[in-house]
Design a protein around this ligand. Structure first.
Ligand code: CO
Length: 370
């Protein structure tokens, strides 16, 4: 498709690698929070955490209002140690919406108080399976993680594993096709966080500033019911919201255009419907107009399921117009997803262009209902 473009974001790959390699299952977002704090603090007027752990960075523009909330979630799908069997195997509680088949025969890291412990979801050897059993699906209830422990005591005392310890997928960031595309875990929603960092950088580097106050919010616990967004909106009190998510690419074998319409490399995706939200139509039209003006190709997606933090911003206080802008992603909620470099850069530029135009009059017009 398009050749890798030259941009002022020469450090894009290290940022994406840092964010996706970081272990941050739901409820244990600390390592990701540290990266976001590092990236946002230098140009922020204030950086704080709310009582649940979301990181809120404030950027003062030329006006106090409107208050523009950008959001992306820090947590990734993970597991949690439920119990350790007498033989030293770990039985687990999934955190987030896993497909059972993507849990089996994968590498994991148990995040103990004394450090990371590698392990694998063991799979029964094919040689001993009946023909009937070979065609059967694996059920999460039957799964376990093998950390190489000799017994429960060994797992507890030598490896330091305890019930409640979080478990993260183990999968490393890898450029594909000469860096045009990237393979990694946790694009959902580390790619949204990367876009937030890049957009804020672009906004802060412009001499003209922005006619509003921007709150860049890295939320926690999105994958278990948009929990972090619910507390952070109280701290932010947004007038308008732009949520940044990993979208659902529908461009590989076996997925249909009626299930998902996004294509990798075709630019930012504007959600028109998902299971949690209908975007404000005037905000949608504003995004379409700005994208055209800035010469950024965009695409749309109408999904039946899915849920995202924008829906919480939309219903905060007396309501705030919100939209979800996504970076097309293949193979979500698994150890290995793919995004396109082009889409990351274009989405960041679109977000910066949007925020630059969200002055008091524009937001008042978007917020007006007749
Ligand atoms: Co997500």
């Amino acid at each position: 498709m398009t050749a890798p473009e030259t941009t002022p974001t020469g450090d894009l790959e290290p940022l994406l690698a840092d964010l996706t390699n970081a272990f941050g299952p739901t409820g244990f977002e600390g390592p990701v929070r540290a990266i976001m704090r590092r990236e946002l603090t230098p140009s922020a007027a204030a950086v704080e955490t709310d009582g649940l752990g979301s990181l809120i960075a404030r950027f003062d523009g030329t006006a106090g209002r409107p208050r523009v909330m950008l959001a992306a979630h820090m947590d990734e799908l993970g597991l949690m140690v439920r119990r350790i069997t007498d033989e030293g195997y770990l039985k687990f509680q999934p955190l987030g919406g896993w497909l059972d088949q993507s849990l089996i025969n994968q590498r994991w890291v148990v995040l103990t108080a004394t450090g990371p412990i590698p392990g694998v979801t063991g799979i029964k050897t094919v040689h001993v399976m009946s023909t009937e059993a070979r065609g059967r699906l694996f059920r999460r209830e039957d799964m376990f993680i093998d950390v190489g422990a000799r017994s429960r005591q060994d797992a507890e005392e030598r490896l330091g594993i305890r019930p409640g310890d979080p478990i993260a997928p183990d999968s490393r960031f890898t450029p594909l096709a000469g860096g045009e595309r990237y393979l990694a875990k946790a694009w959902d929603d580390r790619v949204g966080l990367a876009v937030m960092v890049l957009a804020v950088r672009e906004l802060r580097s412009a001499a003209s500033g922005h006619p509003n106050t921007v709150f860049a919010v890295s939320t926690v616990q999105e994958e278990v019911g948009l929990r972090g967004a619910q507390t952070s909106v109280h701290a932010v009190e947004p007038d308008i919201g732009i949520n940044l998510e990993s979208g659902v690419a529908g461009d590989y074998p076996g997925i249909s255009a009626d299930e998902a319409q996004e294509q990798l490399g075709a630019g930012p995706s504007v959600f028109l419907h998902d299971g949690s939200m209908l975007p404000n139509l005037r905000l949608r039209d504003f995004v379409v107009d700005v994208a055209r003006e800035a010469n950024i190709a965009i695409q749309f997606d109408v999904l039946t399921g899915y849920g995202q933090d924008g829906s919480v911003i939309q219903r905060s206080r007396a309501g705030a117009p919100s939209i979800n802008i996504a970076i097309p992603t293949r193979y979500l909620h698994s150890h290995n997803g793919i995004v396109a470099r082009h889409d990351v850069l274009r989405t960041a530029r679109l977000v910066a262009e949007l925020v630059r135009r969200l002055d008091a009059d524009t937001v008042a017009r978007i917020r007006a209902f007749d």
